[in-house]
Design a protein around this ligand. Structure first.
Ligand code: PLP
Length: 439
């Protein structure tokens, strides 16, 4: 086993909890990346969070640059979100009936995005799974096209790797997914228009939908090349397929109107279906899919395509999401955008000074730092990242009290609570981390 990273912080309480967790939970965690496998060391068990800061069970404070992997747009324990949630909880936590906040949240989301109708679910995985079922049900076709490096949750059909040729069907990306679940999936290189044209030429009449992250964020931030999403929307339309834009990460995060506010709105096109999650749940398990009214009309009980959920549209979760979105004003995005600019500029300067090869890429207020040469335009490019350098960088930052994503292939997330003190704390940590990455 590789040497454990040296830390100057007290981590015994986290280490003890990790040991306990591992006896009752596979790998000690409930989502793999939390186990620090990619970077080594002791995963920090967080006891509380406030604004831009996390506090672990040993009492260490960290500036949080993952923000729960996107949702915490307003920072942790925002007083108005907390008050609204406390008020909702006081009125009961789940009824299994229609409620007021789910109507209001749907109205808010319809007003801010290109979707005409919305259905709530509890996770991004459920959103993409349901969107694909709906696309298949609506079109009466069975093939799904996705892009390598785009993550849409752990949906069987989407945990797929490219087959032997680009126009050949995919193979399971993990044990447990039967070949029959991926044999209707085609996996293409991101940003590759010719590959899209080729699969439509060969399989066009069978393609139900193309699903893509609105801007890739799960291989690090890889924005669509200018016009790429428009090209996908148009190619789908010309071929009777649906264009499914996955905004689980980018929605209400890349901009006030998500990635669509940065491209579709400007270029004048709309996706047929959109999936949402993260920010719209305000830190609670809530997600959604929505889109064209005629497509959504195929969904049960209005139409024949079945979809349901015991906790879907949960009143506490939708209250948290609604309150978050109402507070997510232009000023919030402007603040996050300028804090992001300061941090990415400083990160790049520190890495350059230390002689570390890197590339910073962004879309709207979302960005990431690749430890390789750029531009990174697809998964093959992203895979050149020097994960050993990132590991050293990550641990130096962590030791200085900055919590970065424990994987080299992730976006860095900020919030409106990242004030000058939090940003300065990150800036102060960067030079030593850059030198560690160079070593
Ligand atoms: N789609 C995208 C773009 C995501 O980033 C994620 C999660 O990171 C998902 C879907 C899955 O969402 P969840 O983890 O809520 O199932």
């Amino acid at each position: 086993t590789p040497a454990q990273p040296v830390t100057t912080l007290a981590t015994q309480a986290s280490a003890d909890l990790f040991e306990r967790a591992r006896t009752v939970t596979p790998g000690g965690v409930n989502s793999p990346v939390r186990a620090f496998n990619a970077v080594g060391g002791t995963p920090r068990f967080i006891r509380s969070a406030k604004g831009a800061w996390l506090t672990d069970v040993d009492g260490n404070d960290y500036v949080d640059l993952i923000c729960s992997w996107g949702p915490m747009l307003l920072g942790h324990a925002h007083p108005e979100v907390q008050a609204a949630v406390a008020d909702a909880v006081a009125r009961g936590t789940s009824y299994g009936t229609p409620t007021v906040p789910e109507v209001e949240l749907a109205e808010e989301m319809v007003a801010r995005t290109p979707v005409e109708k919305i259905r709530f679910v509890s996770s991004g995985t459920e959103a993409t799974m349901s969107a694909i079922r709906l696309a298949r049900g609506f079109t009466g076709r069975d093939v799904v096209v996705k892009f390598a490096g785009c993550y849409h949750g752990h949906v069987d059909a989407l945990l797929a790797s490219a087959g032997s040729g680009l126009a050949t069907f995919a193979v399971p990306g993990t044990p447990g997914v039967p070949a029959s679940s991926t044999e209707l999936t085609l996996v293409l290189p991101y940003n590759d228009r010719q590959a899209v044209l080729d699969v439509f030429a060969e399989h066009g009449s069978r393609i139900a939908c193309v699903i893509t992250e609105a801007a890739a964020g799960n291989m690090g931030v890889v924005p669509p090349e200018p016009g790429f999403n428009q090209f996908l929307a148009q190619t789908c339309r010309e071929n009777g397929a649906l264009f499914v834009s996955d905004e689980v990460m980018t929605g209400f995060r890349a901009s006030k109107e998500g990635q669509w506010g940065l491209d579709g709105k400007v270029e004048g096109w709309v996706p047929d279906l959109v999936t949402f999650g993260k920010v719209m749940g305000g830190g609670f398990p809530a997600a959604a899919f929505g889109g064209r009214a005629d497509v959504m009309a195929s969904l049960s009980p209005e139409g024949p395509v079945y979809q349901a959920g015991t906790l879907s549209g949960n009143p506490v979760a939708t209250t948290a999401g609604l309150t978050t979105l109402r507070l997510a004003t232009d000023e919030v995005y402007a603040h996050i955008g300028s804090a992001a600019d300061v941090i990415k500029t400083a990160a790049s300067e520190a890495l350059t000074a230390a002689g570390v090869t890197h590339t910073v890429q962004s879309t709207g207020t979302m960005f990431s730092v690749f430890f390789c040469e750029g531009p990174v335009k697809d998964f093959a490019d992203a895979s050149r990242t020097d994960s050993a350098a990132y590991k050293a960088f990550f641990h130096s930052m962590l030791d200085s009290g900055v919590y970065l994503p424990p994987s080299a292939y992730e976006a860095w997330f900020l919030s409106s609570a990242h004030d000058d003190r939090a940003v300065q704390h990150v800036l102060d940590a960067l030079p030593a981390a850059a030198r560690a990455a160079a070593a």
